[in-house]
Design a protein around this ligand. Structure first.
Ligand code: PEP
Ligand code: MN
Length: 340
């Protein structure tokens, strides 16, 4: 349920509504908006009587939200969510570029790639220190050492760091370095960890599970918002289908569908989506054309030597060619490319 109040509602009217919600064993969530003040209600809302709320001072409207997800929906908040990452905005008019290798392999590798990306004006550097791998015998990431390298890169090149958190125990450790914490496809259903990152005051990049529906992705985001962390960035990274000619099937349908139902920004990861480096640029451009708020692309200076995901990684040179094309396409979709 959603209580819509006047933007200039006196504090005591807002408190009265919130207290009533709490007294009825539900949770109030103040949702920032430009023209109205909205208070979303989660919990056993079927027990609430709409008319009781309608009669309270400063209340303009009481709306039943019929979807399973509530706080992420446009019914709760119509305006696009803008995520402020230390002064850089994601969402709205901005077209955000996140790039970097799949994994931090060593200091030289990560620094070389970060330097070339920073020179191109990229503001967000991605690289995994903790790596979820299908085989327990594959490289699992440099872990703490990888985080240390990312921290050094952050200060050396003034880059924002995007890196994956794989379990609840390491959330605070990763949050010390990451400007955006990535929840990988395999962890989209790790509800205990979603609860944990919901309590952080840091942006979260939530990747779609490989067999998850759009609704399930939005429900996972709802876990994070339900703890009042509204800084969630969704990511379409391809789903598993019967098709075997590509690594995954990049479901670009998800982009306009999510845009319609949710106020959260959504980016596209064409690298995992198609899994073949020379086809990544086509799908990156398609993602932007579909209305995405940005891209996350894997870039490696020596893809043939990469420890993970080299086959889907662009070289800095081919990535720069892609950036030049993105510069041309951004104005067509009414976006401004966010580069230094
Ligand atoms: C990654 O971004 O390197 C990654 C492991 O992605 P996903 O969780 O989408 O497989
Ligand atoms: Mn990868």
């Amino acid at each position: 349920m959603l209580i819509v109040m006047r933007l200039d509602s006196p504090k005591e009217d807002i408190e009265r509504v919130k207290n009533k919600i709490i007294n009825e064993s539900c949770s109030p969530h103040e949702i920032p908006g430009a023209s109205k003040l909205a208070i979303g209600i989660t919990g056993p809302t079927h027990k609430l009587n709409e008319e009781d709320y309608q009669l309270l001072p400063s209340v303009e409207e009481v709306v039943r939200v019929t979807k399973k997800y509530k706080l992420v929906s446009r019914m709760m908040k119509n305006e696009d969510t803008l995520i402020d990452v230390n002064g850089d905005i994601i969402g709205g008019k901005e077209l955000t570029i996140i790039a970097g290798p799949c994994s931090v392999e060593n200091r030289d590798q990560a620094f070389t790639i970060a330097e070339s990306l920073a020179k191109m004006g990229v503001k967000f550097f991605r690289a995994g220190a903790f790596k979820p791998r299908s085989s327990p015998y594959s490289f699992q990431g440099l872990k703490e050492k990888g985080l240390q390298i990312l921290n050094d890169i952050k200060h050396e090149f003034d880059l924002r760091i995007v890196t994956e958190v794989m379990n609840q125990n390491t959330v605070s450790q990763v949050a010390e370095v990451a400007d955006i914490l990535q929840i990988g496809a395999r962890n989209m259903h790790n509800f205990a960890m979603l609860d944990e990152v919901g309590r952080l005051n840091k942006p979260i990049l939530l990747k779609r599970g490989m067999s998850a529906t759009v609704e399930e992705l939005l429900l996972s985001a709802e876990y994070i918002l339900s703890h009042d962390n509204y800084n969630v960035l969704l990511c379409e990274r391809g789903i598993r289908t019967f098709e075997t000619s590509t690594r995954n099937t990049l479901d670009l349908n998800a982009v306009p569908v999510i845009k319609k139902h949710s106020h959260l920004p959504i980016i596209v990861d064409p690298s995992h989506g198609i899994g073949i480096w020379d086809k990544v640029p086509a799908m990156a451009l398609a993602g932007i054309a579909a209305g995405a708020d940005g891209l996350m692309v894997e870039v490696h200076h020596k893809p043939e030597e990469a420890i993970s995901d080299g086959f889907q990684s662009l070289t800095p040179q081919s990535f720069e060619m892609l950036i030049n094309k993105i510069k041309q396409i951004a104005p067509i979709v009414d976006k401004e490319l966010c580069l230094n």
